[in-house]
Every structure is written in structure tokens, then in C-alpha cells.
Ligand binder design. Sequence first.
Ligand code: 3HC
Length: 335
Amino acid sequence: IVRGFSSSAVRNVVIKNVTIIGGGQMGAGIAQVAASTGHSVTLVDTSDDILKKSIKLIEGSLKRVAKKKFSDKPEAGEEFIKKIVQKVSTSTDAESAVQGSDLVVEAIVENLKIKQDLFSRLDKLAPSHTIFASNTSSLSICDIASSTNRQDRFGGLHFFNPVAMMKLVEVIGTPATSQDTLDSLLDFSKVLGKTPVSCKDTSGFIVNRLLVPCMMEAIRLYERGVCTCCFYSSFKHPSSFSPIPLTLLIFCFSNLSGDASKEDIDIGMKLGAGYPMGPFELADYVGLDIVKAVIEAFKTKDPKNPLFDSSDLLNKLVAEGKLGIKTGEGFYKHK
Ligand code: 3HC
């Protein structure tokens, strides 16, 4: 649905039909808020099994909303959930799904090539007025958009987990993004009940650029050796090696923990900095694979910046498949 035309692009698209590509936590969350605010939503992923899980995620979140909204009327709550879920259709065929879409939001794996391939395919089939947006946490919108011929109708639309609760959306424009596209994305975010902020296409935009280095610093604080005078430290810094008594060595090895425990770091940031979750709790919540992908993307863009250094502990947990809440274990064990 369109208000007016310009030569190459369509102006001020009023977004009614939304296609979300990727049915994980973020994609399901975006589908939920879009459906809850009256949009027709098509949620796309590669298999029906994944999509079934996406709908379960949406229902689970809506149950929490309904419990509050209809605390004394459970039947009205059930009806509320049913109506919203009905607004979400699912598909494994992205190419067909985009054909009736005003907006396509991509929330798939953080891999530039895969995102570029997807958008390049969809670009050939989506109507000319359709706006493309990526929910990438860390990749350049410009790089993703370069695979399409609609760079003026391409922007970043970055949501936060849990999408149903987090009020912020970052709207990212590249030098090629038209003002009409940005206005449409800002309007859409407001219709979703979110507060949009604008940001240029810079690594991590606003929030992840500040948040993820903070998480990484917390991990380094935890994994750093505590006994600076000991044998262990001498291994890490061979120039400072000095022989030490066996008893002290045993004592030191039994104390090979970080500068603070993860529990204390989490409490510190909650009670001392007012964060709702500590950095380890949040890393488990967001997913350790995501944290790792984000910091690696930052490192690729700015290899010399020590803020973007990797962490052996994080890499080890990800390699072991300990990705946080979604796999039952990350920095913490989860039921
Ligand atoms: N759906 C619906 N409602 C939800 C929900 C969900 N998924 N998760 C929590 N809620 C509701 C609960 O029902 C509860 O409602 P009530 O207080 O009215 O009863 C309320 O939120 C609080 O929930 P809890 O009591 O379970 O727990 P908390 O008070 O700790 O709140 C939280 C949970 C909202 C997740 C809060 O801890 C928080 O804000 N955490 C920080 C999240 C954050 O920083 N997210 C950003 C991550 S970075 C990111 O996503 C970017 C990406 O690119 C990496």
C-alpha cells in the first residue's frame, strides 16, 4: 500500500504485509509484535519443524502477555493468543512469501554470504515497492544490501531480545538508503509500539557496539589468572618467570579462577550499574554463538582494536555446543 511514487523508488510505504525470514528467537519475536499490532505476517524458515518451534515460541511469549492482560479472564486470554497467532502464516518458500510483501525483515544466521545470497534471490521476486531490512547484530547493512538492486529501499531494523519486552529498535541507513525508506522504517517501528533510534551503518550500531565489548571484558575479567606472582602467570608471561616453592605452586593452581567470579560480576553489574541482567546472564540469554559472531565481525572490521579480542573460554563453550539457555548450558546451567 503506497502513498506516492518517485522515479526509481516508491515513497512512504505503509507497511501492512510483512515477511520475516528466520524463525529463531529474534524472527519469532518480530513476527509476534508485528502480528500483535495488526500486520499480516509470513514467517519463513527452512523446515516445518523449525516453524512449529517458532509458533511455540510466539505462543509462549503471548501466554505471558495474556496472563497479565487478562488475569481475571483466562478465556479472553486464550482468544487473544489465538487471534494473534492466526495473523502469522508460515512458509518454507521465501521466494513466494515475499511476493505480497511491503517489508521483508531478515533474521537469519550471522553470515554475510548467506544473507547476500538470500537477498539477491528475493530482490528478483519482491515487488518494486518492497523494503528490505536486516536484523543483523553486527554485519554491515551496506555489504548485505550490495547484493541487491534496491539499495535505496534497504535498511537495518535491529530489534532486541526479548522482542516482546524490549522497547528499542535501531533503524540503520546506508548512504544509499532513501529518506522515504528510513521514514517508513521509523513509522513501522512506532506502529509496533517501539521507540526507534537512528544510526549510521557503523559496526554494532549503537547498542551492540557498547554492550558486546562490555560482555567480552566481563568474560576476560573472569577468565584472567588471579595469581600474578605465580608459576601459572610465569607461563603466560615467560619473561617474569621465577622459581617458587612447591606449596605456593599448589596453592596457586588450586586458585586458578578469574579476577572475580561470574556470579559476582553479574551481581556487580546488576546492583552497581543497574543492568537488568549481568553480562554472563545476558550472554547466556542472547546465545554465546551470537556473542562470538558479533565480536568476530567487529574484529574483521577493526583487527587492531583490543576491545574486539576473542576469548578462549567463549570459543571453548561454543565449540562444545554450550550456547546458553537455548542449549541448556552456557556460562551457567539452565533447567
Ligand atoms: N515475552 C513476554 N513477556 C516476557 C518475556 C517474553 N519473552 N520475557 C519476560 N517477560 C515479562 C514477564 O512476563 C514479566 O512480566 P510482569 O513483570 O509484568 O509479570 C516481565 O517481563 C519480567 O520478567 P521476569 O520477571 O521473568 O524477569 P525479569 O524481571 O528479569 O525481566 C527481561 C526479564 C525483560 C528479559 C529483563 O531481564 C531484561 O530486560 N533483560 C535484559 C535484556 C537485554 O538486555 N536484551 C538485549 C540483548 S542484546 C540484543 O538482543 C541484540 C542482539 O543483536 C544480540
